[in-house]
Design a protein around this ligand. Structure first.
Ligand code: GLC
Length: 558
């Protein structure tokens, strides 16, 4: 991690659902501006806003039709400028979500390509049909079906790793890369302080377009020139702007590649999201199944990534949730039994590891899955496509709806609860999506309660800054008797922290639960816990959903 970002933490705003300022039921930039003081009070340093550029919204703005203009439904350029100015004044950096693997099919480049313009055809990936007239290879779209779409007028297929309306850009073409770098420069001039790069490790396709082999990583993940391209972008755009924070969405990445992407010496990205720990509640590693959380898998995955990326001098983005994931409390905590305590436990496990935290709106309020029970309640293209696919596979309506209720991205996309008024204070109109069961408590109520989840997160972010030495130090897992108990040390040059979290409702004697290496006898000092615990000694019992961070070898406090 670059020194400049040692105290960075990101708050992710899903713009559609954060705050609506004009009563049209859809969040907007002015709403984000109104919410800035709240984010500032929470203590994040950067605000990543999901796409708000011109887009037909086939995939919630991840289908951009104009990279230099604001989607009117989200506001105007003036709104953005005002947002950036106010964020600056509050010491917050605005981060944009840059979707550079593909554009919308409505983008003028693609429209020209379809109209036969050769220059713009080379901006995308057009290929001849296979000898039998079928698609050029067997690649599948992430949203279901073939990743190739046939254009009869051109007698060619084009590649879309996502929806049909999201054609992939051809990064092999230097002109395309220059266009994208110019777009970044444009936004830097507006005062943008960081970028999250959507599916950035998919931009380089092997030029022989080999078939994907079942069970193996797809050939376009970490493709042959991906590091070269990302390094080139870094030098072309960020060499003059060292303060900019860059985050890569690195789907299907491995430890080695994530370390390469984020090792400061390589000048590619500052940090990256991997998603392997998001699979710990899948059955047979498949998303569209009903599943139960496997604590062993969760722990092994998280710990091996943290250790591996640390060895590779990389920097991991620490996250439990985002706009593509069901709610963390529903997956890893106990939303029905002990929502508050378990939400704090879930936070503690992850955010004391080394890396840059990324907190998704509403996570700090204990938001839960929406509990939708009918297809009409879903808005997301992925959920609706998979409903059809699963039904075609012969699954019953009830089973498919249960799977969607557990897996749908809409679980994380319900509106942010500001207060207890109409539509949770999100809008004066009708919200674009129903809230279902997602709200535990509003921001207003949480801020009033001293021991709320909000205040726990707020304290945690502040404490992280005080303990940066340990946080940037070495991660050492500790052996535990049960899979649901997570324990590790963080050892800096000046101090050492001990983190113990029980992600279950079973309790036990601490010394039996965790291999404590004699810490019981050492002077310790409590840093943060989600219950009353002794300040200068480890507790004897590990209670259900208990979470604690102790400073080791600490001087006794009076
Ligand atoms: C990323 C985004 C997701 C989007 C996809 C295609 O995974 O986070 O929301 O659907 O890219 O752009």
């Amino acid at each position: 991690m670059r020194d400049i970002h040692r105290k960075a933490s990101i708050y992710q705003v899903y713009i559609k659902s954060f705050r609506d300022s004009n009563g049209d039921g859809m969040g907007d930039l002015e709403g984000v501006r109104q919410g800035l003081p709240y984010i500032r009070r929470l203590g994040a340093t950067h605000v990543w806003i999901t796409p708000f550029l011109c887009s037909p919204q086939d995939d919630n703005g991840y289908d951009v039709s104009d990279y230099r203009n604001i989607e009117p439904m989200f506001g105007t350029m003036r709104d953005l400028e005002r947002l950036v100015t106010e964020a600056d004044a509050l010491g917050l950096g605005i981060m944009m979500d840059m979707v550079f693997n593909h554009t919308s099919s409505q983008h003028v480049w693609f429209q020209k390509a379809l109209a036969g313009d050769k220059k713009y055809q080379d901006y995308y990936i057009f290929r001849d049909p296979a000898p039998d007239g079928g698609a050029p290879n067997n690649w599948q779209s992430s949203f279901g079906g073939s990743a190739w779409e046939f254009v009869p007028a051109l007698n060619k297929y084009y590649l879309h790793l996502y929806a049909v309306s999201q054609p992939d850009l051809n990064w092999e073409n230097p002109q395309v890369r220059q266009e994208l770098y110019d777009i970044l420069q444009f936004w830097l001039q507006k005062g943008i302080k960081g970028f999250r790069f959507d599916v950035i490790n998919e931009i380089s396709k092997p030029q022989d377009f080999p078939d994907a082999v079942p069970g193996q990583r797809e050939p376009f993940i970490n493709g042959p020139r991906v590091h070269e391209f990302v390094h080139e972008m870094n030098r072309a755009v960020f060499a003059e702007h060292p303060e900019i924070l860059t985050v890569g969405e690195l789907a299907g990445c491995d430890i080695q590649n994530l370390s390469w992407f984020t090792d400061p010496a390589r000048q590619e990205l500052d940090t990256g999201f991997q998603f392997h720990h998001m699979r710990a509640d899948y059955t047979d590693n498949q998303k569209w199944t009903e599943g139960r959380l496997n604590h062993r898998l969760l722990k092994d995955t998280l710990f091996s990534w943290v250790e591996g990326v640390e060895k590779g001098s990389g920097c991991l983005s620490l996250f439990w949730s985002n706009h593509d994931q069901p709610r963390a409390l529903s997956r890893f905590g106990d939303p029905a039994g002990q929502p508050e305590k378990s939400a704090k436990a879930v936070a503690t496990v992850l955010y004391w590891m080394g890396g840059i935290p990324s907190i998704f709106q509403g996570e700090e309020l204990g938001m839960k899955n929406a509990g939708f029970t009918a297809l009409e309640q879903y808005k997301d293209v992925e959920s609706i496509n998979h409903y059809k696919i699963l039904r075609e596979q012969g699954k019953s309506e009830e089973e498919v709806l249960r799977i969607l209720a557990q897996r749908s991205r809409d679980n994380g996309r319900t509106v942010f609860p500001w207060d207890c008024s109409h539509a949770h204070g999100f809008t004066t109109g009708e919200p674009w999506i129903w809230s279902g069961d997602s709200v535990l408590c509003s921001a207003e109520e949480e801020e009033k309660k001293p021991d709320s989840i909000f205040h726990f997160y707020q304290r945690m972010l502040a404490l992280r800054c005080e303990h940066v030495d340990a946080l940037c130090g070495t991660f050492r897992p500790l052996h535990t008797a049960r899979d649901a108990v997570f324990a590790y040390e963080k050892c800096g040059t000046e101090e050492k922290l001990l983190v113990i979290v029980n992600l279950s409702d079973q309790s036990g004697a601490l010394a039996e639960e965790v291999e404590l290496k004699g810490y019981e006898a050492e002077p310790v000092c409590l840093v943060q816990a989600n219950e009353e615990l002794p300040k200068n000694a480890l507790p004897r019992q590990l209670m259900p959903w208990s979470a604690m961070v102790y400073k080791l070898n600490a001087k006794q406090e009076k």
